[in-house]
Ligand binder design. Structure first.
Ligand code: FAD
Length: 262
């Protein structure tokens, strides 16, 4: 990563330019239901002057070697190719007009002369209403020989999509070979995601990332044992791993068979 540090004044100028910049108007058929974990940068800015500094422009841990201090805000650039001459801006999805993007993004310290290979565009996430149509095995309720895998089931993120894809793949293979289908253990993160997509409220169903809030809640006694959130979370992780490992152990014969498949 390359870090572009802002001082207070640079941040104020950038913020002002961002909230005044023109967005691409939405078409009538496009709904503005943003995914809260992946908001356009200008939408974050509209929510408050400091919102970006607590989101994608958070400077925590990014010490500027020139000053020895954390800057007021920072933008991170992620290397996109081996030549190290193309970078993307981390967390900077946006819906601004292209000309406006060039003008505003060149206000980022260090990017005054940046050349843009591709401008940002808002992406639409297509997903099915899984609680209505899917079982926690990732099969369709009405057509058990049809499976859905990945983000389309109503999860978001690399790991989440892989988890739902893995479960769908394992079960498709099991169905094809006449074995009983499996549900991921309820305390595990994979189990929590599968439970969510298969059982959430259908009316306002929205994709999710994995969070502690999605994991199986602790029972009252265990909940009271831990005052600090960090300890409670660690306990949840320990329980989840224990249950996951026991589950894999139980199903060793099919894990081994799958691993052995080239
Ligand atoms: C700009 C952007 C940044 C992101 N950043 C992050 C991040 O930093 N961290 C993170 O965890 N997640 C991030 N995500 C989300 C993450 O990329 C997705 O959740 C994840 O890649 C979904 O994986 P998937 O395999 O389910 O779906 P996809 O990766 O969408 O794969 C679906 C594939 O199916 C293909 N396809 C579609 N229709 C057909 C068809 N009819 N026939 C054949 N093939 C077809 C598509 O071409 C595509 O290759 C980001 C997403 C975007 C758009």
């Amino acid at each position: 990563y390359l870090n572009c540090p802002f001082d207070r004044e640079q941040y104020a100028i950038f913020y002002q330019a961002l909230i005044e910049a023109q967005s691409v108007p939405l078409q009538r058929f496009e709904e503005t239901r943003w995914f809260e974990s992946c908001l356009p940068i200008e939408e974050l800015a509209r929510r408050g002057v400091d919102t970006m500094r607590y989101g994608p422009m958070k400077p925590v841990g990014l010490v500027d070697p020139r000053t020895g201090r954390e800057p007021y805000a920072a933008v991170q650039l992620r290397q996109e190719n081996l030549m190290a001459d193309a970078y993307s801006l981390v967390g900077f999805q946006n819906h601004l007009r292209y000309g406006e993007q060039a003008r505003v993004l060149r206000l980022i310290p260090g990017m005054e002369n940046a050349e843009f290979l591709q401008f940002g565009q808002i992406h639409r996430n297509t997903y099915i209403c899984s609680p209505r149509v899917l079982r926690p095995t990732m099969q369709m309720r009405e057509r058990p020989d049809v499976f859905f895998a990945g983000q389309i089931t109503g999860v978001e993120g690399y790991v989440e999509s892989v988890a739902m894809g893995w479960l769908a793949g394992v079960n498709a293979a099991r169905l094809a070979t006449g074995q009983m289908l499996v549900e991921a253990p309820p305390r595990s993160a994979t189990g929590a995601l599968a439970r969510y997509v298969a059982n959430a409220e259908t009316k306002n169903f929205q994709p999710v990332n994995i969070t502690f809030a999605l994991l199986h809640p602790l029972d009252e006694q265990d909940g009271r044992r831990f005052r600090r959130k960090r300890d409670r979370h660690q306990f949840q992780v320990d329980l989840a791993l224990k249950e996951w490992n026991a589950w894999l152990q139980e199903a060793k014969h099919w894990v081994t068979a799958l691993e052995a498949t080239p």
